[in-house]
Structure formats: C-alpha cells, structure tokens
Design a protein around this ligand. Structure first.
Ligand code: NAP
Length: 331
C-alpha cells in the first residue's frame, strides 16, 4: 500500500486529503510543527489513523529527517501561511514558509530519493504535489484563467506562491522529480479557518440568527471568486500524482461569485436578509485588491476526469448549517 506525507495536515485541506487517502488504503503521515501545537489533539481525535511526525517548513534538516523516516511514495505540500491579509503584516515569514518552504521540501525529496534527470521514470520514487493558488493570477491578465495565463500576484502571499510554483516546475525539469502543481481556486468547507471571508459570513449568519452576535463587519464585498468545496478539490490533488507524467492543472468550478452573493444565500438559509446585518468597514480593505478570479478547469476535467460535486449554493448551505449546529451546542 502506498505511503503519503502531508504538510499542513492540521489545516482545512490537510484533513480532507488525509481522509481521502486513508479511504484509498494509504498509510498517511502528517507533519505538525511546534512543541505544543494546539491543533494536534484535534487531528488526533478526528483522524486517529494519521501518524503525526514533527517538522517545520522553516527547518531544512527536519524535512530531510521526516522524508527519510517516513519513506513516502507521495508528498503533498499543503503547509503555508495561507491567509492573504496576514501576508502583508508578515511578508518575510510568508516568503520563508509559503515560498522557500517549497524549496526546502523539494531539496529533502531530492536528497532522500537521489533524484536526477537521467533516472528512468519508474525509479523516480517520491512524487510531489505543490499547493499553488489562483492568487498567483492576481490582477488577472485574461478571463477565465488557464494553466497558460501569466501571473500578476497582488499580495506577498501571491508572490510567495509564484516562487513555490516556479521552483516546483524547475525541480521537475532540473532533477526529473515527479512534481505537480495544482493551481487551485478558492475552496471552502465547514473546516475553513474562521478568518476567511466565507467562514466569517457563515458563522456570522449562524450567530446572528441565534442572537449571539449583532452585526457582521466586513471589508470588500464586491470582488469575485471561483469558490468550490475543499472535499472535491483534494481528489484532484491525488489524481494529479496518478498520471503517467507530472503536469500542472487549474482546479476550479468555472463560476465566479461575490461575497455579497455568498452572504445573501447564507442569510437566506437562516431566514434573514444579509443587507440588514452587514456593515462595511474600510479597515478590512486590502492594500491591493484582486477583483475577479475565474478558473477554466477544462484540462483537469479532460486529463484527470475530475469535476466538482458540490454547487455554490450547496456549499453555502453546508457551511451555514454546520455553524448553526456547532453554535447551538456552544454556550
Ligand atoms: P490552512 O487551513 O490555512 O492550513 C495551512 C497549514 O499550513 C496548517 O496546517 C498550518 O499548520 C501549516 N503551516 C503553517 N506554517 C507552517 C510551517 N512553518 N511548517 C509546516 N506547516 C506549516 O490552509 P488550507 O486552506 O488547508 O490550504 C492548504 C494549502 O493550499 C495552502 O498552502 C494554501 O495556501 C493553498 N491554497 C488554498 C486555497 C483555499 O482556497 N483553501 C486555494 C489555493 C491554494 P499549523 O496548524 O501549525 O498552523
């Protein structure tokens, strides 16, 4: 049975990917950082079959040791500072983790697997998935965005992801590593971090309905994003590593919606009107905005046979209902 190593296992995608790989019979290792990571007990209780190993994308030696110790067939690099607004406040750390962290992990794979361009495909033992992002398109040069669309990142996060993307392609071409980059558009779920716009809205709608919160204070509600369900997107990650040749793929729904549309649906789920409960505050506006992202998932559909199973309105409903349930239980 194959073995996988996941960085970012304590994050939204990490937990869905671990579940998916376990269901396929994989042995799954998850990288956790820090000496008392508060999310560790959560992952231990939610996914008891995941074997946790210690390491940090900031620490080269720890990554070499972990790859050596776990001997994975597949490595999924989901670890990152992933919240765009934070990347302006901690731009250097974002570059280190989200950007250079990819290089460190690729180096660990290269050293442990002894990758070289002259090795035949069958001997290239460790496959690598990099979590690239639609934020690399930023001020998008064309609509919709494909694997060929030039990058124009608009945040330190987007810039770091562009580095991660290019170094993944470079290690594929330089050392023959089976390395794939998934250019994933926004994907959400009830496990999305509370700081992200969709979860802020779904939780806000639930709490306002239950009388636990008076209003929801938001930033830019007019940008447009291509939102899918995280559970669908992790299937695409795995499929990329099962192809005969490594490649890069856009993963998206092909539909764009604004936070207002998300909020209208979310408040409707709880029988309220979003406009009555949302206040806009300019302190939440980003220094440089990304106005419109829309992905063209044709290549993933045709080559991977991948398609999303959850619609936009189903996603909103799933998130609000989950938050309602959790908030009803909490005091
Ligand atoms: P997330 O929930 O924010 O999870 C990020 C993960 O990275 C956490 O497990 C975090 O661990 C880990 N991490 C942070 N710093 C680290 C370090 N120094 N060393 C090792 N791990 C570290 O993100 P997500 O939504 O699951 O996204 C997964 C990946 O896909 C990220 O790379 C993200 O940038 C990318 N992506 C996400 C989307 C999306 O819409 N969700 C779209 C495109 C690309 P701790 O628990 O220790 O903090």
């Amino acid at each position: 049975m194959p073995t996988a190593l996941i960085t970012g296992v304590t994050g939204q995608d990490g937990s869905y990917l671990a579940e998916h790989l376990l269901s396929l019979g994989y042995t799954v290792y998850g990288l956790v950082r820090g000496q008392a990571n508060p999310k560790r007990p959560l992952i231990e209780s939610m996914l008891p079959d995941v074997k946790l190993v210690e390491g940090d994308l900031l620490d080269q030696t720890s990554l070499i040791n972990v790859v050596q110790q776990t001997q994975p067939d597949e490595v999924y690099n989901l670890g990152a500072i992933s919240f765009v607004p934070l990347s302006w406040n901690q731009a250097e750390l974002t570059a280190e983790i989200t950007g250079l962290g990819v290089l460190r992990l690729l180096e660990a794979i290269r050293l442990v697997a002894g990758a070289s361009p002259s090795r035949p495909q069958s001997e290239r033992t460790i496959k690598f998935y990099q979590a690239s992002s639609s934020e690399m398109f930023g001020k998008a040069r064309e609509m919709p965005q494909t694997e060929q669309t030039p990058f124009y990142p608009r945040s330190p996060y987007g810039v770091a992801k562009v580095y991660g993307h290019h170094i993944t392609v470079n290690y594929r071409e330089s050392y023959g590593i089976f390395a794939c980059s998934g250019i994933l558009f926004n994907h959400e779920s009830p496990r999305r971090g509370l700081e992200f716009v969709t979860r802020k809205i779904s939780l806000g709608a639930a709490r306002i309905k239950l009388g636990k919160q008076k209003e929801l204070v938001m930033g830019n509600m007019d940008s447009k994003r291509d939102w899918g369900f995280a559970g669908d997107y992790v299937r695409a990650m795995h499929l990329m590593l099962q192809q005969p040749e490594p490649d890069d793929y856009v993963v998206s729904t092909g539909e764009a919606h604004s936070p207002w549309e998300f909020a209208d649906l979310a408040f409707k789920v709880v029988g309220l009107n979003a406009k009555d409960h949302i206040r806009i505050d300019s302190q939440f506006i980003r220094p440089a905005e990304v106005d419109y992202l829309l992905g063209d998932p044709s290549k993933a559909r045709e080559k991977l046979g991948w398609q999303p199973s959850v619609t936009f309105s189903e996603l909103v409903q799933m998130m609000v209902e989950s938050d309602l349930q959790q908030e009803s239980k909490a005091s």
